[in-house]
Design a protein around this ligand. Structure first.
Ligand code: ADP
Ligand code: MG
Length: 274
C-alpha cells in the first residue's frame, strides 16, 4: 500500500501499438498490478484473441469461458464476464478467448460496431457503487475493429515503445489513426503516456532511440524506463505479474515507478492537447 492519489473519476487507457512484441501486454498487466497494489481498483480488458493478458493475470480463458467476445458480439454485460485475479482483490479482468479472433469480422455487420465496448463499459461503470479507478485495455497488434473499439472506449492512449532501431517507424501511422478516431469517433481521446520498454542500457542504440522519442514527445514520455529483465518475461508463465512474482526485481520496481508517475500526473485536462 502507498499513498498515491486516486483519480476523481475512472481513467480509461488503451494500451496500443500496431507492432507486435513491443510490450503492450506486459505493460498492461504490470501497470495494472502495480496500481492495484497501491490501493486503486483496477480492471484489465483483454482485447487480444491470444489472451496473453488473461494468462498473465492467472485468469481462466479457455474457449468455453464467457469472455469479452460475448459482450462485443453477444448480449452479455461486462459484469457477467469479469473475473478477479488471484493476485490481488482489487484487480479484475475481462478475459479474451480464442473466439475473439472472429469478432473483427462478426462486428462488421452489427449496429454501432465501433461503440460496443464503450457502451458496455459505461453501463458497467454506472452500475458500480464505487467505479474502478483505472481501466486498462490491452489491444491486439492491428488497427482493426477491436482496436477501434478500444480507442472509442478510452480517454487516454498509452503507447509502449521498444527501444530498438525500428521503434519510430510505424508510430506516425499510429498517431494518424488516433487523430482520425479523435476527429470522427472520440473527440476526448489523447495520447497521454509513452513508456519506453525493454531497455538495454549497455547499447548505444537503445540510448539513442530513447533520446529520439523524448525529443519528439517531451510531455508524454514517462521518466521511468522499463529495463529488459528476465524476471519480467518469466512472470506470465506463473500466471503472475512481475510485482507479485518478484517484488524487488528491477522490472517490478520500474513498473511500480511508472504506475506512480501515471497516478501523480493525473488525467490530462479536457480539451487540452499537447
Ligand atoms: P505485445 O503485447 O506488444 O505483443 P508482449 O508484452 O507480449 O508484447 O512482449 C513481447 C515479449 O517480450 C514477451 O515474451 C514478453 O515476455 C517479453 N518482454 C516484454 N517486456 C519485457 C522486459 N521488460 N524484459 C524482458 N522481456 C520482456
Ligand atoms: Mg500482446
Amino acid at each position: 500500500q502507498s499513498d498515491l492519489p486516486l483519480p476523481v473519476s475512472t481513467r480509461v487507457f488503451t494500451v496500443s501499438n500496431q507492432k507486435g512484441g513491443v510490450g503492450k501486454t506486459t505493460t498492461t498487466v504490470n501497470l495494472a498490478a502495480a496500481l492495484a497494489r497501491t490501493g486503486a481498483h483496477v480492471l484489465v480488458v483483454d482485447l487480444d484473441p491470444q489472451g496473453n493478458a488473461s494468462t498473465a493475470l492467472g485468469i481462466d480463458h479457455r474457449a468455453e469461458r464467457q469472455s469479452v467476445y460475448d459482450v462485443l458480439v453477444g448480449e452479455m454485460e461486462l459484469g457477467d464476464v469479469i473475473q478477479r485475479s488471484p493476485e490481488n482483490e482489487r484487480l479484475d479482468c475481462v478475459p479474451a478467448t480464442i473466439h475473439l479472433a472472429g469478432a473483427e469480422i462478426e462486428l462488421v455487420s452489427l449496429v454501432a460496431r465501433e461503440q460496443r465496448l464503450r457502451r458496455a463499459l459505461d453501463r458497467h461503470l454506472e452500475s458500480m457503487e464505487r467505479p474502478y479507478d483505472y481501466v486498462l485495455i490491452d489491444c491486439p497488434p492491428s488497427l482493426g475493429l477491436l482496436t477501434i473499439n478500444a480507442f472509442v472506449a478510452a480517454r487516454e492512449v498509452l503507447i509502449p515503445i521498444q527501444c530498438e532501431y525500428y521503434a519510430l517507424e510505424g508510430l506516425s501511422q499510429l498517431l494518424r489513426n488516433i487523430e482520425l478516431i479523435e476527429r470522427h469517433l472520440n473527440p476526448d481521446l489523447r495520447v497521454s503516456t509513452i513508456l519506453l520498454t525493454m531497455y538495454d542500457s549497455r547499447t548505444n542504440l537503445a540510448q539513442q532511440v530513447a533520446q529520439d522519442v523524448r525529443d519528439h514527445f517531451p510531455a508524454e514520455v514517462l521518466k521511468t524506463i522499463i529495463p529488459r529483465s528476465v524476471r519480467v518475461s518469466e512472470a506470465p508463465s506463473y500466471g503472475q505479474s512481475v510485482i507479485s512474482y518478484d517484488f524487488s526485481s528491477s522490472g517490478s520496481l520500474s513498473y511500480r515507478e511508472a504506475a506512480a508517475e501515471i497516478a501523480l500526473r493525473g488525467a490530462p485536462q479536457p480539451g487540452k492537447r499537447s
